[in-house]
Design a protein around this ligand. Structure first.
Ligand code: DGJ
Length: 539
C-alpha cells in the first residue's frame, strides 16, 4: 500500500469509530487546501478533511517581526487554529522589482512552531478604499498609477480600477508572493489568501476619469448581461439608478480577478475577498458606503466578474441581532461559502459564532487579536486584555476538538446554530423530526414564566445530527429542550440517554450520563464548556 492509500485509510478509520458521518473527502494530507461545493453546501478541505477556521485577525500594523511576540500570546489565549495576518505590498516590494519575503518566512516558521495555520491578507491596491499599503513608488506616482477621479473632477484617495500599470504591478507582486509561498510552504501552513482588503471607494460612487467615462458609455459586457439575465444596453440602460455602483463593482472585481487568477495559476490556494458592508436592513444610498466592494447587492456581479475568487466574506461590525443575522443570510449562498472574515472583538460579537456555524459557516475570524495595545473601539472592545477575549476563547475551546466532525456534518446539512437575540429570549430550531426549544436567561432549575434573557445577550446553541434522533448539543448561557415534530408529532418525548463527553482525535470520549436535576427542566448550558450526545425517543 503506498503512502497516499495509507493516508486515505487512516482518515477513513479515524472517522469510523464513534462517529456516524463518513469523511467527505479522504485525500492525502499533502493535498492543497480547497473548497468543495455539493448540493449548495460547502466544505473547506484542509489536510484532506473538512476544516473550520477558528480564526483571529491581527491588527493592521502587526505584520512586522518585532510585533509577533505580542501576537502569538493572543492567538494562543483565544485557541485560534488560524491567524489572519496582513502581507503588505510595500513590505515585499519596497523597491520596484526587488522582493523581500523575510517577514513571511519568519511568520511561517513561527506559525509552524505554534501549530497555527495562516490566512494571508494581501494589502495592495485597495486597503479599505486607499493604496496606503502600496509601495511609495506606486503611491507617489499618480501619473503612472492613477487615482480615481470624482464626478467633480477631483483626484481621489482611491485607485482607479482602470490603471493598467497599477494592475500590472500589483499582479506581478502578488504572483511573486504566491510563487515564493509555493516554494517555502509545502506543508500548507497558509490555507487561505485574501486578495486586497475591503476593496472599493468611499466618497465617490465610481471613477469618472476619461478612461472610465469611455467604458461607462459603452455596452455592458455581454458576460454580465447574460449572467444576470438582463437585456443588453449601456450601463444606465441596464442598471438605471444602480448603474454607477454596478459599473464600479464590475471593474473593481475584474481588476481583483486578474490578480487572483494570475496568483492561482502559480499556486492554487483558496482566494477570497472581504466586504465593508452595505446595511442589510435600512436602505442606504451608494454614496454612503464603500462603493464597488462586494456589498450584498453586488455579490452576483462579483460572482460573474471574479471566478478566481472562491468566496466573499462579510466584515461584520454591527452587533445588532437583525443586522448580524441579516448579513449571515445575505452572504450564505449556494454559490458562496459563509466565512465571517472579520468581526468586532467586543464580547457582544462572540455569541454570533453559533449563528455563523448555523449558517453553514466554514470560519469565523474576529479582528484585532493581538496584545499590541491598539483597540478599534467603538467598532471593537474598549480594551483588549486576556480577560477581554474570554468569550471568543470559550467558543473556540468548545469547538476545536470536534471541528472536523462539525465541518463534515455541516457539509451534509446536519448542523444548526443560533445566537441570543436582543428583544426575544426564546427560539425554535427546526431539526425535522424534532424541534429544539432554546431559552435564554433561565436558572438551571425551574422554569417559572417566560425566559428573561441573559443580562447582556451572550447565549448560543449548536446542534449537530449524528444519526436520526441522535444529536450533539452544546452552547453557552442557554437552555435547550426538545419536542417531537414532523413524523414524531403527537408522541410523548423522552431522553433515551444523554452523555456528556468530548471528542479526541475523531473519537467520542464518554465522561458521564446526565439525568435527574441535570435534565428535568431542560439541558442547561452555562459558561462551562460542555458537549452532550443526546439520544431522543418517544413513548
Ligand atoms: C475593517 C478593515 O478590513 C480592517 O483592516 C480594519 O481597518 C478594521 N476595519 C477597523 O479596525
Amino acid at each position: 500500500m503506498n503512502r497516499r492509500n495509507l493516508a486515505v485509510l487512516a482518515a477513513l478509520l479515524s472517522f469510523s469509530v464513534g462517529f456516524a458521518a463518513p469523511p467527505v473527502c479522504a485525500n492525502s494530507a499533502n493535498d492543497l487546501p480547497h473548497i468543495v461545493t455539493e448540493n449548495g453546501r460547502h466544505a473547506f478541505i484542509v489536510d484532506g478533511q473538512p476544516f473550520l477556521v477558528l480564526g483571529a485577525q491581527a491588527n493592521n500594523s502587526s505584520n512586522w517581526p518585532a510585533m509577533l511576540p505580542k501576537v502569538w500570546p493572543a492567538v494562543e489565549d483565544v485557541h485560534a487554529n488560524t491567524l489572519a495576518m496582513p502581507i503588505a505590498w510595500e513590505q515585499i516590494e519596497p523597491t520596484e522589482g526587488k522582493f523581500d519575503f523575510s517577514f513571511l518566512d519568519t511568520l511561517l516558521a513561527q506559525a509552524r512552531e505554534h501549530k497555527v495555520r495562516l490566512d494571508l491578507l494581501w494589502f495592495a491596491t485597495w486597503k479599505n478604499n486607499g493604496p496606503q499599503y502600496a509601495p511609495e513608488w506606486v503611491k507617489l506616482d499618480t501619473d503612472k498609477y492613477p487615482r480615481l477621479i470624482t464626478a467633480k473632477g477631483e483626484k481621489w484617495g482611491s485607485m482607479s480600477p482602470f490603471g493598467e500599470a497599477t494592475l500590472a504591478a500589483d499582479r506581478k507582486a502578488f504572483v511573486a508572493l504566491m510563487t515564493h509561498l509555493k516554494q517555502v510552504d509545502p506543508q500548507h501552513t497558509v490555507i487561505l489568501v485574501q486578495v486586497e482588503n475591503e476593496a472599493g471607494t468611499y466618497g465617490s460612487v465610481r471613477d469618472y476619469s476619461p478612461a472610465a467615462e469611455e467604458r461607462f458609455r459603452a455596452q455592458v459586457p455581454a458576460e454580465l448581461v447574460k449572467g444576470l439575465g438582463k437585456q443588453p444596453g449601456t450601463w444606465s440602460q441596464v442598471f438605471g439608478e444602480d448603474a454607477d455602483e454596478f459599473f464600479h463593482a464590475w471593474y473593481v472585481a475584474r481588476y481583483i480577478n486578474e490578480i487572483a487568477a494570475a496568483g492561482k495559476a502559480v499556486y492554487n490556494l483558496p482566494l477570497y475577498v472581504n466586504a465593508s458592508l452595505k446595511d442589510v436592513i435600512h436602505p442606504q444610498k451608494a454614496s454612503t458606503y464603500e462603493s464597488g466592494g462586494p456589498t450584498y447587492n453586488v455579490i452576483p456581479v462579483y460572482k460573474i466578474a471574479a471566478p478566481a475568487i472562491d468566496l466573499i466574506g462579510p466584515d461584520i461590525y454591527n452587533p445588532d441581532y437583525a443586522e448580524y443575522v441579516g448579513n449571515l443570510d445575505a452572504y450564505h449562498r449556494a454559490d458562496n461559502p459563509m466565512f465571517v472574515t472579520e468581526t468586532g472583538n467586543a464580547a457582544l460579537y462572540a455569541r454570533y459564532f453559533f449563528a455563523t456555524l448555523g449558517h453553514q459557516g466554514i470560519g469565523f475570524a474576529p479582528f484585532g487579536f493581538d496584545y499590541t495595545k491598539y483597540v478599534n473601539f467603538p467598532l471593537g472592545a474598549p480594551r483588549f486584555e486576556p480577560e477581554d477575549l474570554a468569550p471568543f476563547a470559550a467558543n473556540f475551546k468548545l469547538v476545536a476538538p470536534m471541528m472536523r466532525e462539525l465541518a463534515t456534518l455541516s457539509f451534509k446539512g446536519k448542523v444548526w446554530g443560533v445566537s441570543e437575540p436582543t428583544a426575544e429570549h426564546e427560539q425554535t430550531i427546526d431539526l425535522g423530526d424534532w424541534h429544539a426549544l432554546v431559552a435564554y436567561g433561565r436558572p438551571q432549575f425551574g422554569s417559572e414564566g417566560p425566559a428573561p434573557g441573559n443580562p447582556t445577550p451572550s447565549g448560543g446553541v449548536l446542534i449537530a445530527e449524528l444519526s436520526p434522533g441522535e444529536y450533539l448539543v452544546t452552547g453557552y448561557h442557554a437552555r435547550v429542550n426538545f419536542e417531537p415534530a414532523g413524523k414524531m408529532i403527537g408522541k410523548h418525548p423522552q431522553y433515551a440517554r444523554i452523555e456528556e463527553g468530548h471528542y479526541d482525535n475523531g473519537k467520542w470520549v464518554f465522561e458521564r450520563v446526565w439525568n435527574g436535576d441535570q435534565v428535568d427542566y431542560g439541558l442547561n448550558f452555562t459558561s462551562i464548556p460542555q458537549v452532550l450526545k443526546v439520544r431522543l425517543a418517544t413513548y
